[in-house]
Design a protein around this ligand. Structure first.
Ligand code: NAD
Length: 392
């Protein structure tokens, strides 16, 4: 079939296998160009491995350090009439490239929140890796079924305490307008913490420890976004921010429960980027379009792979980690420093419907958005008839 993007609101409902493969190859090439990254992980479990920051972590582990990688993700396979999801094609491409280099790579496709998938993962680790020395937790999900109770929790993206009115950009209607987001109630806050907080990260680490598959000195990290004043009301101090605060609790709990193994658990704060998860958050497309304009102009723009390469080489496996008072690795310093934020704020104050495209890097945002699904990738012939039935 000839595959063209089908964009509905903040999501694209199809994906291009060749474009996805090319963008995975570009990330691999970025890491390989860095040369030998030195001592690093050997056996890596990536939970949320198929897109965004998790995929970049898997690529860095495998192609930067030669590690065996086991991925867990939740993706849809293609059929004769419908393409698979981008994460499906990314994973297929990753496997193909890993095989070329003789690198072990396996992926479990299913609900990472379930105990069944945790058990399958442990079986695979025992069979093919022995123990893991790095566990990356990079899930972004709107819901979670609690394996103990069967209750389904749903996350919301709302301010906490009081309603908040702010500018936003509607990517569907190409409109900058004010939006008032109503405050979350207690139940919505609790639900969001249940989905995006640290409970499941801790549960993964408990199961892995009980099964005896954590290597001594094993490191684990879960990703967060902290941001600054412009995004605090809808992120850092909102429902999702409350959930992310719970990651700090979980990190301390993981360390406390695994003192004999000397497990290191840190939350890593990364910069805002266009991913499937962030494009669903109100205000983020506007904020990221303005932030990218500033950071590209300043020559400080980074994507997933650059951020994760930095995290591994300076923090997780380097001697120059930037840690904050809560023991979090900080890779978001350039985005959140006062100089960058003042420049973004100045654009934010000026931006209107009329000048949006002139003031912002929406063109770059849109390109990155399409690229997430394998579209608008240089060198891909989008008129070509493509077989969507790619396997892994
Ligand atoms: P993403 O949407 O690109 O990736 C999410 C991953 O989770 C995918 O691999 C998906 O398959 C997997 N997944 C979702 N539900 C699952 C389930 N039930 N079972 C198994 N796998 C499941 O997201 P992302 O933007 O890369 O976010 C990853 C993490 O990084 C999140 O914790 C996010 O908060 C954090 N983060 C994101 C940004 C940003 O701007 N995008 C910035 C800082 C931190």
């Amino acid at each position: 079939m000839v595959i063209k993007p089908k964009v509905r609101g903040f999501i694209c409902t199809n994906a291009h296998p060749v474009g996805c493969a090319k963008s995975v190859e570009q990330q691999i090439a970025y890491i390989e160009e860095k040369g030998n990254l030195g001592d690093g992980p050997k056996n890596v479990l990536v939970i949320g491995s198929s897109t965004g920051y998790g995929l970049a972590s898997r690529i860095t582990s495998a192609f930067g350090y030669g590690a065996k990688t086991l991925g867990v993700c939740f993706e849809k396979a293609p059929s004769e009439r419908k393409t698979g999801t981008a994460g499906w094609y990314n994973t297929a491409a990753f496997h193909q490239q890993a095989a070329k280099k003789g690198l072990y790579a396996e992926t479990i496709n299913g609900d990472a929140f379930s105990d069944e998938i945790k058990a399958q993962t442990i079986d695979k680790i025992k069979a093919n890796m022995g123990k893991v020395d790095l566990v990356i937790y990079s899930l972004a999900s709107p819901r979670r079924t609690d394996p103990d109770t069967g209750v389904v929790y749903k996350s919301t993206l709302k301010p906490v305490g009081r309603e908040y009115t702010t500018k936003t950009y509607d990517t569907d209607k190409d409109k900058v307008h004010d939006v008032t987001l109503e405050a979350a109630n207690d139940d919505e806050i609790l639900n969001t913490i249940k989905v995006m907080g640290g409970e499941d990260w801790e549960r993964w680490m408990d199961h892995l420890a009980e099964a005896g598959v954590l290597a001594e000195g094993c490191k684990t990290t879960a990703y967060t976004y902290i941001g600054k004043a412009l995004t605090w009301p809808i992120y850092g101090q909102a429902t999702i921010g409350k959930a992310k605060e719970d990651l700090d609790r979980a990190a301390a709990a993981i360390i406390g429960k695994n003192t004999e193994l000397l497990v290191e658990a840190n939350v890593s704060s990364l910069k805002a980027l266009v991913t499937q998860a962030s494009s669903a958050i109100p205000v983020m497309p506007l904020y990221i379009s303005l932030m990218q304009e500033v950071m590209k102009r300043d020559g400080t723009h980074e994507g997933c792979i650059e951020q994760i390469h930095g995290l591994f080489s300076t923090c997780l496996f380097g001697d120059t980690p930037t840690l904050d008072e809560a023991n979090r690795y900080r890779m978001d310093g350039i985005e959140t420093n006062d100089v960058t934020q003042a420049k973004i704020q100045a654009l934010w104050d000026k931006v209107t419907q009329e000048n949006f495209h002139e003031l912002s890097d929406y063109a770059g945002y849109h390109h990155e958005f399409l690229k997430l699904f394998g579209f608008d990738v240089e060198g891909v012939d989008y008129e070509q008839d493509i077989d969507p039935l790619v396997k892994w």
